[in-house]
Design a protein around this ligand. Structure first.
Ligand code: 13P
Length: 212
């Protein structure tokens, strides 16, 4: 069992790293981890991920009640919706990073999967990326959409907003998020050129070998 204090430190460390890399800006984005008893540690609302303080991080029950710390992210409810659907998930990352948000603002032919399988790591770390409809940040109507998409997806993209990515640890969720952002960047770099995405057989092989 990982101590709560250690997890608070991890949230601060990864928040700082994401902010310094420019994947989080201003006070946008939120991070959470799930504790053994089902409660979560989540970044406080309107906090900057670059300047978090371990003791001020919000602790919220699985029912959404604030147990300690500053007032939680207004999106703590969709973090809880992901945990509800994915028993193996121990961390959730939501950011407004540029290339992923740009992807979320495009019209997509197939909203069930909006990330082209350009690289093996896109398939291995992100998998299928569904686009969920737009709701204003904090709108509880998002919970139902997130809940149903989370069942089969570790990552999803909120329209005109940004991705939600889960993992079995904060490191895993952050690394998958970074992979998503990189593939979104590749998508825009190759835009207008004839690309050769991975074949269905190559994707099936990756899923068989790496268990996505
Ligand atoms: P919070 O500051 O409430 O976490 O909201 C930030 C955000 O990313 C909204 O989408």
């Amino acid at each position: 069992m990982i101590l709560e204090q250690t997890l608070r430190g991890e949230i601060v460390r990864f928040g700082t790293m994401l902010y310094q890399k420019g994947l989080a800006h201003g006070s946008a984005g939120n991070l959470s981890v799930r504790l053994e008893d089902g409660s979560i540690l989540v970044t406080p609302t309107n906090s900057s991920l670059g300047f978090l303080e371990p003791q001020r991080i919000s602790k919220v029950s699985r029912e959404g009640e604030l147990l300690s710390g500053d007032p939680p992210s207004k999106e703590a409810f969709f973090h809880l919706a992901v945990y509800e659907q994915r028993p193996e998930a121990r961390a959730v990352v939501h950011l407004h990073s540029t290339h992923s948000v740009a992807m979320s603002c495009l019209c997509h032919d197939d909203p069930a999967d909006v990330l082209p399988p350009l690289t093996a790591y896109a398939v291995m770390r992100v998998g299928k990326l569904p686009l969920l409809p737009y709701f204003r940040p904090g709108d509880r109507k998002l919970a139902a959409c997130v809940r149903s998409a989370a069942q089969d997806h570790r990552a999803m993209l909120l329209a005109n907003h940004g991705p939600i990515v889960s993992g079995s640890s904060l490191a895993e969720a952050v690394f998958a998020y970074e992979e998503l952002e990189e593939v979104a960047k590749l998508f825009f770099l190759t835009d207008g050129r004839k690309t050769s995405p991975l074949s269905a057989a190559a994707i099936a092989e990756l899923n068989a070998v790496f268990g996505n």
